[in-house]
Design a protein around this ligand. Structure first.
Ligand code: NAP
Length: 297
């Protein structure tokens, strides 16, 4: 006998949330969605999602609530602020937060929900809009191991792999480690392209050459077309990378980890955000580094 799938409630229909919900619907889940900007739910309604008009209404009829929101402050506000979702949740439900937030915030949310008898997993994801659409995200989980195993079918509908790293906050810590590497890679690639440009090398040829060497990588292949076209529509917005660098540096301070390249790259991302690039893709960091070297496009 097959067991009925749990009813899911999803809060946060941004670049990531929309394709992730589409995959849960395709996997047969009954999903109710809520988003601050309600009309973003229209496309999902057409695919079979139910739409709640408040976060509290959403949580009342589901077994598992999943949040995919901007940052720590947003998750706090949506769960525990005025008319917050947590106040309407009941013992026995589960909340999975897939946003990238501070490990400390994940731990604190976990403790408060457990006090209400609600299970909590921090489960941030690695992979951008395309993996979210293709169902090939990598999901990094912290929280009770048994609860992780219970929720694994959901992770399988969203991703190609999931990893359990330990207690609440450890999924968040793993996410900061991988994103630190992503941000530094984008900074390194852009610095290499600035040097190439300033020394008179052809960009297309340089990128082709990179693709044949030991530095070839999925992220290089993914970002090459937008770099060559000079189009930076956000798959992963620069403002989120800037946030994640900040979170990694905060975590490093507590853990006494010295991260000199992370600090340097963070400053470039701060400058790019201040110069109006926050809502563009992380690959736009190239324009910031070019401007710092007197290349203005
Ligand atoms: P996004 O497109 O900016 O969407 C953010 C979501 O949060 C939207 O649903 C937005 O609602 C909601 N929100 C923001 N402030 C709110 C508030 N004060 N109250 C209620 N809702 C609020 O972000 P995303 O790209 O989907 O990313 C979501 C999370 O995943 C972030 O933590 C990000 O770091 C992480 N992440 C992103 C990527 C990526 O490639 N994009 C990859 C891995 C991880 P509205 O629609 O009303 O604005």
């Amino acid at each position: 006998m097959t067991q009925a799938l749990p009813k899911l409630g999803w809060i946060g229909l941004g670049n990531m949330g929309i394709p992730m919900v589409a995959n849960l619907l395709a996997a047969g889940y009954d999903v109710t969605v809520y988003n601050r900007t309600l009309d973003k739910a229209d496309a999902l309604r057409a695919k079979g999602a139910q739409v709640a008009s408040t976060a509290q209404e959403l949580v009342s009829g589901v077994d598992i609530v999943i949040t995919m929101l901007t940052d720590s402050a947003t998750v706090e506000a949506v769960l525990f602020g005025e008319a917050g979702a947590a106040a309407a949740m009941r013992a026995g439900q589960t909340l999975i937060d897939m946003s990238t937030i501070a490990p400390e915030t994940s731990r604190s949310i976990g403790a408060r929900l457990r006090a209400q008898g609600i299970g909590f997993l921090d489960a941030p994801v690695s992979g951008s809009v395309k993996p979210a659409t293709d169902g090939t995200l990598v999901i990094l989980v912290g929280g009770d191991k048994e609860l992780y195993e219970t929720c694994s079918p959901i992770f399988r509908a969203l991703g190609k792999a999931s990893y359990h790293f330990g207690e609440n906050g450890q999924g968040a810590n793993a996410k900061l480690a991988v994103n630190l590497m992503l941000g530094i890679t984008m900074q390194g690639l852009s610095e290499a392209l600035v040097l190439a440009e300033k020394t008179g090398l052809d960009r297309q040829t340089v990128l082709d050459m990179f693709g044949q060497t030991a530095i070839a990588s999925p992220i290089l292949a993914m970002k090459t077309p937008s770099i060559l076209a000079g189009h930076f529509d956000a798959a992963f917005a620069l403002k989120h990378m800037e946030k994640d660098f900040g979170l990694a540096l905060e975590a490093a301070k507590t853990a006494e980890a010295s991260l000199p390249a992370t600090s340097a790259a963070h400053q470039t991302f701060v400058a790019a955000k201040a110069n109006g690039h926050g809502d563009q893709d992380i690959a736009v960091i190239l324009l910031q580094l070019e401007a710092m070297s007197g290349i203005n496009r």
